[in-house]
Each structure stands twice: as C-alpha cells, then as structure tokens.
Design a protein around this ligand. Sequence first.
Ligand code: KG4
Ligand code: ZN
Length: 334
Amino acid sequence: MTTSTRILAIETSCDETAAAVVENGRTILSNIIASQVDLHAQYGGVFPEVASRRHIEVIHTVVNQALEAAHLGLDDVDCIAVTQGPGLVGSLLVGVNMAKGLALARNKPLLGINHIEGHIYSLWLSEEAADFAFPILNLVVSGGHTELYLMVDHGRYQHLGGTLDDAAGEAFDKVGRLLGLPFPGGPAIDRAARSGNPQAYKFPRGVMDDGFNFSFSGLKTAVMRQIQPTPAQRHAIPDVAASFQAAVVDALVTKTERAALAYGVTAVHLAGGVSANSALRQTMKERLSIPVRFPPPILCTDNAAMIAAAAHWHFIAGQHHPLDLDVIPSLQLV
Ligand code: KG4
Ligand code: ZN
C-alpha cells in the first residue's frame, strides 16, 4: 500500500496571506489566498506595517479555511511548512509564529521553506511533473527577484545570474506608477500594451554582455525621460507600455536562451508574478526550441500551495526544522 503525504503550508512573506494543503507534492487539496492588494493600492506599493497587521487579522481564518476546503483536520496532515524568507520581516514573523504554534500543539514536524524555491515548485503542482527531467533552467521573475537557477535535482540549484539592480516586477510597478496606471503595475501594463505598438519607442535592454545578469534601472530612467504623466501624453501610454514591456521581455528571453544553450537543459520553467505576463510567455515559447513551461495564473503570484510542493521533497528526504525556527528576511537559495 502506498501512503500519501499531506502538507499544510503557510505563506505570509509579502502582501498575500495564504494557506494550502497539498498531497504528495503534486495534488492541491486546497489553496486559500487572502490578497491585500486593495489595501496597499492607496500607497502605490506594499506598506510593511500595514501588511503585517493584516496578516495577524486574517491568518487564523485563512488556515482554517485551507483545512476545511481540504476536508481535513490538523491531525490529518503530516507536516507544517512555512515560508522562512526572503520577505518582509514583520510579515514573515506572522506565518512562522503560526506554523510553530500549530506544530507544537499537534506535535507535527515543521519545515521552513525558501520563498524562491516555492516559486520554482509552483510548476511541479501538476500530473505532468512526473515526466520532468533534469537539468531544468528556472527563471524566477517577481516583484523582488529576477534570477536564473539551474536545477540539477530536487533541492539542488546553481545560481547562474540575476538582476544587478531592480527586479523585473519592480520595474513594471515603477513604470506603471509613472504612467498613472493602477497598482500593481505589471498586470496593468500587460493590459495597456495590448493596444500599443512595441516598436514605437526604442528602450535599452540592460546589460547586453555575454553573461546571465540583468539590469532594469536604466530602462526605467529611459521611460521616465520619454513620458511625463500629463493629460497631453495620455494617448502615448499604450505605445510606451508595449515598448517598455518588449524591452523587459527581450532582456529576459535573451539571457534565458543563452543559459539554456550553455547548460543543455531539458526545459525552461518560468515562475513568479511576472511569469503571468502574456508577452513574456509568448516570446519565450517562440524563441526557444525546448519546452517552456509556466504555472497557471493563480500559482504565478504568491500562494502557499507552492510552499507545500517545495516542502514535500524536503519532507520525504527526512528533513525538518527545530521549533525555534527563525525568519530570515534575506534568505538565499544558494
Ligand atoms: O511573485 P509575486 O506575487 O510577489 C513577489 O514575490 O514579489 O510577484 C508580484 C509582481 C508584481 O511586481 C507585479 O506587478 C508582477 O508580479 N506581475 C506582473 C504581471 N502580473 C503580476 N508583471 C507583468 N505582467 C503581468 N501580467
Ligand atoms: Zn513571490
């Protein structure tokens, strides 16, 4: 008889309070996400103190909803997993303290998970994952990260390159604000770009050396020089959005393609909030000759199912953490 493993995971690293139950690292039994995006929209970005206070208010409800939706009690789960870092210290603390409390109360093993590893495992929440073969190249593109990781086995990574300044999502959010679009800027630019011409403006592509690093701060400055959010320039927004997006996508695809060829990977996996971008998905598929995979939209942005999926492989390898687990706001994957 094969036994299944069920993991309850909690994710509170930024502005989503999330809890999920995942079976065998692959099957989502529940995936509850309480987004704070409306709360932070008035500030044009995530306000850390406001974020941690909201996490405290909703964490119990979110965890209970995750168990109820999975039709399970706490005693039915094999392990409690939680995002340990990277992220906002006050936000991380809420999730880690909740997870420690549950593990202590029910005598369950506890696992602290790296948020970036969680994004990488968002692609493994599928039956097709049974056929994935290593090495895999992961491009993690979110509000805080733009990183290329070679994955040679479960839990074994090599960092190939990353952004030298702004993350791709951060650039989307800053340019969105500049164009007077609603927060967060990424989805708003993606929408605005659909009616714009990506060749209308020639924006810089960042570091075009022969390595695997990115740079997006020059691009942001170039957009700033091009347009002021005045009523007279409103008509230019779709063209600027499309041209900016094309520059980000070109930089991401060029470096990813180069790394994929250099390391002979079987596939490229896109993960993180920016992997929801329609132009990035389309261009990556068009330009690469190997399979390009990305998660469904609900698993691109922060969620706890991906944390449970990553935790599964640590759990079956016999790992767990002591109950005095601490948050690590600048936790590195490798
Ligand atoms: O992974 P995520 O939810 O949180 C972090 O860990 O940072 O990513 C959020 C980021 C934001 O910067 C948001 O603007 C961006 O993902 N984003 C997008 C799109 N949807 C979300 N960027 C470009 N195009 C999109 N469709
Ligand atoms: Zn994230």
